[in-house]
Design a protein around this ligand. Structure first.
Ligand SMILES: [Zn+2]
Length: 137
């Protein structure tokens, strides 16, 4: 029996779609984003295409919804940045990390909905030095 590929969700915000995709992949769910290139080339197609679709195998669908309904710590950009080039301006340590200045536990679905409505107050992002304990931009 072939695994069917189905649409998990459709998003109008490419960044949000990327965040969801990264979250699923971090949980071992194979998935990909459809229509993203077209939208990147011309945002006007976004509406016509019905948004950016995240595709998953049908048998992973339940698992995906479970993952996305879990609360999680907001650390959305942690893996994406190359951190090796950054040093602390106070002590020159490379033991620094980029992320939300304050860790917030949140319900993922509330976050998604807020994103879609563009009302979510994003936590301030900053670098944190684990050597001297200071935050910097
Ligand atoms: Zn430091």
């Amino acid at each position: 029996m072939e695994d069917k590929i189905v649409t998990l969700e459709a998003f109008y915000d490419p960044m949000l779609a990327e965040i969801i995709r990264a979250r699923l992949e971090a949980n071992g769910i194979p998935c990909f984003i459809a229509d993203n290139n077209i939208i990147g080339a011309n945002p006007l197609y976004n509406q016509a295409m019905g948004g950016i679709k995240i595709k998953v195998f049908e048998h992973d669908l339940e698992k995906c919804r479970e993952i996305l309904s879990q609360p999680e710590e907001l650390a959305l950009t942690d893996e994406k940045l190359d951190q090796s080039a950054t040093t602390c301006p106070y002590c020159n340590s490379t033991n620094v990390r980029y992320g939300a200045a304050t860790h917030i536990k949140t319900n993922w679905f509330h976050l998604v909905i807020s994103f879609l409505l563009a009302t979510y107050p994003l936590p301030r992002k900053a670098w944190h030095c684990f050597n001297c304990g200071k935050d910097f931009e």
